[in-house]
Structures are given as structure tokens and as C-alpha cells.
Design a binder for this molecule. Structure first.
Ligand code: FES
Length: 70
């Protein structure tokens, strides 16, 4: 689904950029051009960034050594 109409950027492209290492709104802006025109896509881009961060935090938590919980 297109998230940024002005730059024709989809949620898949944003997720791909996040998987490839983008970690901030500024990096997504530089990589894809999101939020650089009207800015209406900003809230949805932020949601995708927050979802990605939450997923990363969960995966890091699941890799934690069981010794730490003992
Ligand atoms: S919708 Fe993304 S800058 Fe306009």
C-alpha cells in the first residue's frame, strides 16, 4: 500500500529500508524521500518505524541468555 503519495513510497519499501538499517525518520527521509513534500505520510511512517523497533526489541529479548533470568 502506498504510504507516501507524493513520492509513491509503499509500506513494503519502508519496511525494506528499515530491515536494511534505517533507524530514524531522518534516514527514511534521506533513503526514500518520505515526508519531504506535504508531510501527511509522517504519522504512518512513524508507526512503521515504531513497529520495527518493537519487533527488534522483541527479537533481542528472545535471544537473551537464560542465565540472566536465573
Ligand atoms: S504523502 Fe509523503 S510527503 Fe506527501
Amino acid at each position: 500500500m502506498i504510504v507516501c503519495v507524493c513520492r509513491a513510497v509503499s509500506d513494503r519499501q519502508i519496511r525494506s529500508s528499515l530491515r536494511e538499517g534505517a533507524q530514524t525518520m531522518s534516514q527514511l527521509r534521506a533513503d526514500l524521500g518520505v515526508t519531504t513534500c506535504c508531510g501527511k505520510c509522517g504519522p504512518r511512517v512513524r508507526e512503521l518505524l515504531d513497529e520495527h523497533r518493537a519487533d527488534e526489541a522483541r527479537s533481542v529479548g528472545s535471544l537473551a541468555c537464560a542465565c540472566a533470568a536465573a
